[in-house]
Write a protein that binds this ligand. Structure first.
Ligand code: XUL
Ligand code: CO
Length: 445
């Protein structure tokens, strides 16, 4: 089942071979202790529960540069001065890493895979050239594309937005990029296509017509959807909410905002939501809150796996190691039949002072094991504890009689008032939060 290891001309992670499952007794940091890809849990192989993916931009493009200093991370695949050769070397490094780790999927932005050319057509040609090489790598390794996307936020032309730019000519450039990225995604058999609206928002309401900008965003997405379907894209379009950063306010603020937007603009049949933990916490929500709301709206698409630092508000994109986040997420996924065409993309970066080649492996292994452990615990809770029964009991007054009639919309406000009179003052019923919390801790092992 595991992918074959694929090396290019240069081995970029020498001394590290295929990562294997060694079980919980192992102290080897380059082995899985919980993630056993073929182990069946709740009727499905672990591999299929998670559909883990590498994020090309962090893992193979990001050298750790920050506003206060240059990159620190040795990335020998980025040394060639010819941009196209550099992109090819990067592809070698990416597939070496992905296949050694045994990730079934990867994700990219157009500009991660291939450099921008001198004009729209040369940029599209560069992407095509790299997509041909990437397809070869996919075939050799068995690795698949979880999603593609277009980077319409880095180039200075997008400083006022992409689809929501007040200048129409910038909107056309964003469209050209999305068209080429969709072409590449379909060519590579991508199972989803993502829109993250990095600069679709504003810094000041004074210079912004929010109504026009949001309508432009909707029209842009409708046209992208139509083009994708025309060229045979059968997968899911995804919107990735984030409340802010880089703009002060982003239009796709959080799951609730995106649910309303998708329904208002008739996009909900083709689009779902890609939820990122650190974006959730930036919006003052938990990861579980966002996942639950998307699941409730039948719009849960995919997950970007990371976590933020609890003591500051930034999008620090750390590798997710919080076992509670993993258990809560897996509890919801198990109750909602998983992620469909989605998966779990490691949108996380190494710390700037993590500079050894093995650090990228250790970071992914740690996170994959956290989620695998979360799955095992959540499955145990759902199968062997009173968790669901306890929660359902809270709502039992709606399971029959007048409560059920209310749920069906059969009782008027006057009838409800008369019932209040006949039922009298309600008895006090404890919410039992501490009991729920204690129960979860009983199963964390
Ligand atoms: C930025 C972010 C992006 C998207 C893809 O915060 O999460 O990398 O996942 O554009
Ligand atoms: Co993301």
């Amino acid at each position: 089942m595991s992918n074959d290891v694929i090396l290019g001309k240069t081995e970029y992670f020498p001394g590290i071979s295929k990562i294997s499952f060694e079980g919980t007794e192992s102290k080897n940091v380059l082995a899985f202790r919980y993630y056993d890809e073929n182990k069946v849990v709740a009727g499905k192989k672990m591999r299929d529960h998670f559909r883990f993916a590498a994020a090309y931009w962090h893992s193979f493009c990001n050298d750790g540069a920050d506003p206060f200093g240059p990159g620190t991370r040795p990335m020998p695949w980025l040394n060639n001065s010819n941009p196209m050769q550099k992109a090819k070397d990067k592809l070698d490094a990416a597939f070496e890493f992905i296949s050694k780790l045994g990730l079934p999927y990867y994700c990219f932005h157009d500009r991660d895979l291939a450099p921008e050319g001198k004009d729209v057509n040369e940029s599209a040609d560069n992407l095509k050239t790299l997509a041909v090489l990437a397809l070869e790598k996919q075939k050799q390794s068995g690795v698949k594309l979880l999603w593609g996307t277009a980077n319409v936020f880095s180039h200075p032309r997008y400083m006022n937005g992409a689809a929501t730019n007040p200048d129409f000519s910038v909107v056309t450039h964003a469209a050209a990029q999305v068209k080429a990225a969709l072409d590449a995604t379909v060519y590579l058999g991508g199972e989803n296509y993502v829109f993250w609206g990095g600069r679709e928002g504003y810094f000041s309401l004074l210079n912004t017509n929010t109504k026009r900008e949001i309508e432009h965003l909707a029209t842009f997405l409708q046209k992208a959807r139509d083009y994708g379907r025309k060229i045979g894209f059968k997968g899911t379009f995804l919107i990735e909410p984030k409340p802010m950063e880089p703009t002060k306010h982003q239009y796709d603020f959080d799951v609730a905002t995106v649910v309303a937007f998708l329904n208002k603009y008739n996009l909900a049949d083709d689009f779902k939501i890609n939820i990122e933990n650190n974006h959730a916490t930036l919006a003052q929500h938990t990861f579980a809150h966002e996942i639950q709301l998307a699941a409730d709206a039948d719009l849960l698409g995919s997950l970007d796996i990371n976590q933020g630092d609890p003591h500051n508000g930034w999008d620090t994109d750390e590798f997710m190691i919080n076992i509670y986040d993993a258990v809560y997420a897996m509890l919801i996924l198990l109750q909602n039949n998983g992620l469909g065409t989605g998966g779990m993309n490691f949108d996380a970066k190494l710390r700037r002072n993590s500079t050894d080649a093995e650090d990228l492996f250790i970071a992914h292994i740690s996170s994959m094991d956290t989620l695998a452990r979360g799955l095992l615990i959540a499955d145990d809770i759902l199968k062997n504890s009173k968790f669901l029964a306890l929660r359902n009991t809270r709502y039992k007054s709606f399971d029959s009689g007048d409560g059920k009639r209310f749920e069906k919309g059969e009782l008027s406000l006057e009838e409800l008032k008369n019932l209040a009179v006949s039922l009298g003052e309600p008895a006090q019923i404890s919410g039992k939060q501490e009991k729920f919390e204690l129960l979860i801790n009983q199963y964390i092992k």
